[in-house]
Design a protein around this ligand. Structure first.
Ligand code: V4E
Length: 192
């Protein structure tokens, strides 16, 4: 299955209307630490390595850099061996030591409280971050790549019907960088 998702910034009133009558799947809290080299070689290539609570995860882009980004599509790797192979990390006793040897260090830590819902055939995530930022994500699962653009259109039409503004929304990491290290944020945005 392919997950097609799009982020929106919505008001409290829009959030209340969106989740009214939705099926609620619970709330969870997790902490992500994101990693990069000192010259930002991962994030500038749209590669996102994080430690989510106690598990390393790597998101690798399926979108072509510079191509129009209608929704975000990544392949996600969740085993240390896969991540080692893809990033060609040097061997070491532990994964954390391999990162240090490769010059890959943390650049931000964010705690997110996520509420999950389903309504009208869409997955809905409402994320509230510890640095004072909220994002709503609408998601659609599809089985075949040929349905990507119709799923993207369905998400946009649904969002429009809710009165959401349709425009580029900074994800939590880019917003964190925008506030704390704007040069890094702008460098990432410049290559997209
Ligand atoms: C992929 C990505 C980043 C990593 C964080 O991804 P995100 O989907 O925001 O996090 P989260 O917590 O919702 O992950 P999930 O729990 O769904 O796995 S940071 C930036 N990107 C890429 C990116 C980009 N380059 N530009 C824009 C506008 N958005 C995202």
């Amino acid at each position: 299955m392919i997950e097609i998702e799009k982020k929106f910034r919505i008001t409290k009133e829009q959030e209340e209307a969106l989740v009214y009558g939705a099926e609620f799947f619970g709330e969870k809290k997790f902490t992500d630490t994101y990693f990069d080299t000192s010259d930002w070689s991962l994030t500038l290539a749209d590669k996102w390595l994080r430690l989510r609570d106690d598990q390393y995860e790597l998101k690798m882009p399926l979108n072509k850099l510079g191509a129009e980004r209608v929704s975000d599509r990544y392949h996600e790797y969740e085993t240390e061996q896969e991540i080692r192979d893809i990033l060609q990390l040097p061997e070491a006793e532990t994964f954390a030591e391999s990162l240090v040897l490769a010059g890959i260090t943390p650049f931000c830590t964010i705690t997110t409280t996520r509420k999950k819902y389903k309504k009208d055939g869409f997955g809905i995530d409402v994320d509230s971050m510890d640095f004072g930022y909220e994002i709503c994500e609408l998601e659609k699962m599809i089985a075949d790549e040929k349905d990507i653009s119709s799923a993207e259109n369905e998400i946009i039409e649904y969002a429009k019907a809710q009165g959401f503004s349709i425009g580029r929304v900074r994800g939590k990491v880019l917003e964190y960088l925008f506030r704390n290290n704007p040069a890094h944020c702008l460098a990432v945005e410049a290559v997209q």
